[in-house]
Design a protein around this ligand. Structure first.
Ligand code: TXA
Ligand code: MG
Length: 361
């Protein structure tokens, strides 16, 4: 890692960001500084995308392996030809419909984008975020900004400035604090260099919305990729977005999963261990009377609310000095449910089904 730096935190109005604060943050970015800022999905850790040395500092601060490429953030679609080339008409149509918003497009990379951003690949991931603070910062900086989620590599993404602080204080110059991010899970990553496009990561823009708009079925999300193997999108590593505490995820019918969770919880409690549970609102009554630490998400099916609270809940459990976190498989199907299932499965250290344990790490 680089020399330690003093990390400043500046509060900024989430709706009407103060221009003088953003001008100072933008100047810092232009000088090669690392600035964490809110987007509508999660907090990002930004650096000047033209500046390879600044981009390399992102990898050092996050302890992110150099093979995992970054998303470039733009103030507006007009800037797209600066970072990508050979942009197909379908990509322009998606941009017109979904930007600013939580849709990242993978496109052929333009000359001039440093290898550090794309991990040496010939494509670049690009998005235009919808958060007023992100947009105002990008406009003030007037440069493309490379920004992964502002967490240590592999860890749960940050949805508040406090989360960023916990992972990156002493490693980055500035955190812009505009409160919690509204969506709560990362952007959808869509590879539009392929025909039909391929969904690399489900996220804030749903697969159904993309399919309805494009009028074609979309492939993906793809099968799991094992670490060390060539990967179409390195964020598809099987364990990612994870708490440090082991998380066991129970698949199968709700009643089976809850009973199995209860058995494991009781065994662990009898051994004197501390147990955490990640529950939906309708599951919480079943745990009354057990000395467990609980985080409640929304009602099952209220995927927007669950997405908003998911990472915060995981981080609170992670800080509660527990030996295990138990959760039931949620989501899948439609809308943000797909992203929630994806993130829960990647957060899990072990997946348990009525038939046994298909995956243990
Ligand atoms: O919502 C978001 O996308 C947030 C905010 C900050 O914008 N950013 C974010 O970045 O989640 P990151 O780096 O944590 O995740 C980017 C994902 C990774 O899975 C990465 O492997 C993939 O996008 N990616 C980046 N460039 C790619 C490329 N050229 N081809 C395929 N996948 C790429
Ligand atoms: Mg990330």
């Amino acid at each position: 890692m680089d020399q330690p730096v003093v990390t400043q935190v500046w509060r900024v109005d989430p709706e009407r960001p103060e221009p003088e604060i953003l001008a100072r943050a933008a100047a810092l970015l232009r000088r090669g500084g690392l600035v964490a800022f809110p987007t509508e999905t999660v907090y990002g850790l930004g650096a000047n995308a033209w500046d390879a040395a600044a981009v390399r500092r992102i990898f050092a601060a996050k302890e992110r392996p150099a093979y995992d490429p970054l998303i470039v953030h733009l103030a507006s679609p007009e800037a797209l030809p600066q970072v990508a080339q050979g942009i197909p008409p379908r990509a322009w149509a998606l941009v017109e419909r979904f930007w600013p918003g939580p849709l990242t497009l993978v496109l052929p990379r333009a000359a001039g984008i440093p290898d550090a951003v794309t991990a040496g690949g010939d494509t670049v991931a690009v998005r235009c975020p919808a958060h007023p603070v992100a947009l105002a910062l990008l406009r003030a900086a007037a440069i493309p900004v490379a920004a992964p989620s502002a967490n240590r590599f592999g860890h749960t993404s940050p949805t508040t400035a406090q989360h960023v602080w916990e992972d990156l204080a002493g490693r980055i110059e500035l955190i812009l604090d505009a409160g919690p991010t509204p969506v709560g899970v990362e952007s959808t990553v869509l590879d539009v260099t392929r025909d039909p496009p391929v969904l690399l990561r489900p996220g804030g823009v749903t697969k159904e919305a993309l399919e309805a708009f494009l009028g074609v079925p979309i492939e993906g999300p793809g099968r799991r990729i094992e670490p060390g193997r060539a990967s179409p999108s390195p964020g598809m590593l099987p364990r990612h977005y994870a708490p440090n505490t082991p998380l066991w995820l129970f698949l199968g019918p709700r009643a089976w999963a809850l009973a199995a969770m209860r058995r494991v919880a009781q065994q662990r409690l009898e051994r004197g261990e501390r147990v955490g549970l990640l529950l939906t609102a309708e599951d919480q009554g079943l745990w009354r009377g057990l000395p467990v630490t609980v985080q409640i998400l929304g009602q099952e099916g209220d995927w927007e609310r669950i997405a908003q609270g998911l990472y915060g809940a995981l981080r609170r459990l992670d800080k509660a000095d527990l030996s295990i976190i138990l959760a039931r498989d949620l989501g899948g199907g439609a809308a943000l449910g797909l992203a929630i299932r994806d993130r829960l499965r990647r957060a899990a250290s072990r997946v348990i089904t009525p038939e046994g344990t298909p995956r243990q790490q």
